[in-house]
Design a protein around this ligand. Structure first.
Ligand code: RUQ
Ligand code: CUA
Length: 632
């Protein structure tokens, strides 16, 4: 073919393609309904025998190969001790991040660093993830989670999606009411679920609960430069159970709100005895005032922590009556209202922050309990929204609507923050606890998507026996009526989740080369084994598809320190490292140097191998660990 003619054909084909793309794009702009269909050449797909809404739901959740999800969702893994990462809207689970429990898939719990972080504990119970915030918006830097079992908090760095710090928090039994972030990540806070004598290990008989037991609110300070957590100060509270919590924002910035149950101070058969009172409380704390008290030295030291008695700081704590054992409390995006979810009362109670402040200014109190003023309920409450049975948690869409889960009804109610009327209800399957809206805890939620985190799945998936997985349902918020798009199984236990715009997170491609790092070896000439008495240090490097050195001999009883550097500076090329019959397993991500230590207490020959399939010759990435018996 003539050169000129060929060029002409290519050019006109290219022109045609550009035109087609523009046409599809414009039609999607003009008709948002067709947006999803645009990916299929602008056609409105309808499939014989498949209802149109099913086809549309499929189009809205289908992320074609080569495209990526719009949001990350970080979900609590409950007593698995993990955090699960989902892509939304596809709802594909992308990652499991081990936090409080060893995870052999990534060698978490075997390396020196992760072992030290986990300490003496073998499990944890993650309830409420909280993303770091700047000016009330998620900033994509860190994710923090609580451990309801062993009184800890952890930080996950979102550049590596790895747990990088675990902090023990003294004096707080079951920090369930946690973690919630202040709008500029100054602190995240945790409130105790269980009353107990403090510090840990103190004895007092249960009959003394009212006298000797306490709950605590802990404020964990976050270093703005690196996310490093440290316990800032704690506040001594009555022996009530704190349940959930939220931080004030915008109008209510500087305040923290926590629900309580068991203001009855019962210590047996709580199911009955903690439900005697008609009203419990939302406890409102002025954290800025408490922070100042801590700075001014108004505290005692309890188990190494500054413990503030709020009765020494008048005006720092108020009680807001709320209907019978409320569960969640949620602050609206504008910070003007805080909403208590009734749990055993069929209403979501809306409180006005402005009226709350007026009550304080006018000393409009209806009483006092344990020295704390109780604000006038009638004045502060602006609405009791009849959402349905078993209201647990509320999220927002940024368009003036709130969404409340109803555990007993197995529904989600959508209601107006203007008229306080329910405008829509959708069934969910089954028994929703939390729900998670896109950017739902920020000052500017995105709407778009809502995920219902359900406690029961029953008949939703292929049966796996008497116990089934939990379930998450993706709900479309772009239409007037909520529309369920898809169901996915989740592992126990879907407590809370947060959903962040994907482009707010930037991850590393590889670990940076850092020769100053202890144990790092980047040239095979430097790979070596050193001995100092009974201490053997291995400086090993691994790359596709070999280890240097690939046989390591030690003496029985030696203390072995082993460094492994992955010198493949190539995204996603991870090398594993497992020693057969030695219960040892780790991984080094691209560019990373890891360290593990053990005592070579078994003589014999033990092969080691790469556990991550890294190349065509991955099978050959192996070697031998040889332990010479004592006295040989
Ligand atoms: S709680 S289902 Cu552990 Cu978050 Cu309300
Ligand atoms: Cu390295 Cu497989």
């Amino acid at each position: 073919m003539e050169k000129g003619l060929f060029k002409k054909i290519v050019l006109s084909l290219a022109g045609l393609l550009v035109g087609l793309v523009i046409a599809v794009y414009l039609s999607a702009q003009l008709n948002p309904e067709a947006e999803a269909a645009a990916a299929f050449g602008g056609k409105n797909i309808s499939v014989d025998g498949v209802p149109d809404d099913v086809v549309q739901a499929a189009l809205k959740t289908y992320v074609p190969p080569g495209q990526l999800d719009e949001y990350y969702m970080f979900a609590s893994g409950g007593h698995s001790g993990n955090v699960f990462v989902y892509g939304v809207p596809s709802m594909r689970r992308i990652r499991t991040i081990p936090v409080f429990t060893p995870e052999s898939a990534v060698g978490y719990g075997w390396t020196t660093e992760s072992k030290e972080m986990l300490g003496e504990w073998s499990w944890g119970d993650v309830h409420h993830p909280a993303l770091s915030e700047t000016k009330g918006d998620y900033d994509g830097r860190w994710l923090f989670v609580n451990d309801n079992a062993n009184s800890r908090a952890a930080r996950i760095d979102l550049d590596s999606f790895r747990t990088s710090q675990i902090l023990d928090i003294p004096n707080i039994y079951g920090p369930h009411s946690a973690v919630f972030m202040t709008p500029n990540s100054e602190y995240f806070m945790l409130g105790s679920r269980f009353a107990g004598p403090i510090p840990y290990g103190t004895y007092s008989p249960i009959e003394n609960l009212s006298k000797d037991y306490n709950c605590v609110l802990a404020a964990v300070a976050i270093d703005p430069n690196n996310g490093e957590m440290s316990v800032g100060w704690e506040v001594l509270m009555p022996p009530w159970s704190f349940d959930l919590s939220d931080a004030g924002k915008l109008d209510s910035e500087g305040w923290a709100f926590l629900t309580t149950y068991n203001t009855e101070e019962a210590y047996e058969l709580l199911e009955v005895n903690a439900s005697q009172r008609e009203m419990d409380y939302v406890v409102a704390l002025n954290w800025k005032m408490l922070e100042q008290a801590a700075n001014e030295g108004k505290y005692k030291i309890v188990d190494g922590v500054k413990m503030i008695d709020p009765l020494d700081v008048p005006g720092s704590v108020y009680l807001v009556p709320a209907m019978k054992s409320p569960h969640g409390v949620d602050v609206t995006p504008d910070g003007k209202y805080f909403i208590a979810n009734g749990k055993v009362a069929p209403v979501a109670t809306v409180f006005s922050f402005e009226k709350f402040k007026e009550c304080i200014d006018n000393k409009d109190f209806q009483g006092e309990e344990r020295g704390f003023p109780v604000v006038n309920y009638e004045k502060v409450r602006v609405a009791e929204v009849p959402v349905g049975l078993g209201p647990l948690h509320t999220q927002f869409d940024g368009n003036g609507y709130a969404y409340t889960t109803l555990f007993i009804d197995s529904t989600i109610a959508k209601w107006s923050l203007d008229t306080f009327e329910v405008v829509d209800v959708t069934p969910v399957h089954y028994c929703p606890g939390h729900l998670c809206a896109a950017e739902g805890d920020t000052v500017s939620p995105d709407g778009k998507y809502l995920v219902s985190l359900n406690k029961l799945a029953k008949d939703k998936f292929l049966s796996v026996g008497p116990s089934h997985p939990e379930s998450a349902q993706l709900i479309d918020l772009t239409t007037d009526k909520m529309k369920i798009l898809m169901d996915v199984p989740t592992d126990p236990e879907p407590h809370f989740a947060q959903m962040i715009k994907a482009d707010k997170i930037t991850t590393w491609e590889v670990f940076e080369k850092d020769p100053s790092q202890p144990g790092a070896v980047y040239e095979k000439e430097n790979a070596r084994i050193e001995r100092d008495g009974n201490n053997v240090t291995v400086y090993q490097m691994g790359f596709r598809s070999r280890y240097y050195p690939d046989h390591v001999e030690v003496n029985e009883g030696d203390h072995v320190t082993w460094y492994l550097t992955n010198t493949d500076f190539d995204e996603d090329i991870t090398h594993g490292f497992g020693i057969c019959l030695y219960d040892l397993n780790a991984e080094a991500q691209p560019g990373e140097t890891i360290k593990f230590e053990f005592v070579a207490d078994k003589a014999g020959v033990y092969p080691f191998y790469c556990t991550n399939f890294c190349s065509a010759l991955h099978q050959e990435m192996q070697g031998w660990f040889i332990v010479k018996p004592k006295g040989l």
